[in-house]
Write a new protein. Structure first.
Length: 166
């Protein structure tokens, strides 16, 4: 802590998780933007499971002050499109482990998010893991039915249960 006659503030040596999360999110956004440039087509940016985990950690868990909730919402608006882009980018590059990490973070954040579930199932199918694709579909179907009385779209079912070739 630093103080003077008028102010009380944190010392510059103190790290702040909100600042760290924003810096990490900005690094991911820059990395994602660089991926769109053909001369910089690489996947060695902040992209490891550890960094993905850091990007998705919650801000001040257990705190429910209005300002904390507002900051969590702001971070969520950064994270969700970024994780969608990362999942898609990794999947297209055949890096299914990283793609799964990003998709699983999306599903953890909102288990009823149809786009997240669709991405998760598509990644499992792309890696040739129909068992996991079907497991993910079944879990989503059960939860959606129990919580909202709805069923997933038929197109999502066809992803996990493709028609047999005749």
């Amino acid at each position: 802590m630093r103080t003077d006659a008028q102010y009380l503030c944190l010392d510059a040596a103190v790290s702040c998780d909100l600042h760290e999360l924003r810096v990490e999110a900005e690094a991911w956004q820059q990395w994602a933007a660089d991926r769109r440039q053909p001369q910089r087509r690489r996947l060695d940016g902040p992209g490891t499971a550890v960094h993905l985990h850091e990007l998705c950690r919650d801000l001040l868990p257990g705190w429910y002050d209005d300002w904390v909730l507002a900051e969590r919402d702001a971070l969520q608006r950064i994270r969700v499109p970024l994780l969608r882009h990362l999942a898609r980018t990794y999947k297209e590059a055949g890096e299914y482990g990283n793609a799964l990490q990003a998709a699983l973070h999306l599903v953890d954040m909102d288990p009823l998010d149809e786009q997240a579930q669709d991405m998760l199932i598509r990644i499992h199918v792309a890696e040739g893991n129909l068992v996991e694709a079907r497991r993910a579909y079944t879990a989503y179907h059960s939860r959606l039915t129990a919580e909202l009385g709805m069923t997933p779209p038929a197109a999502l079912r066809r992803l996990a249960y493709p028609p047999a070739n005749e």
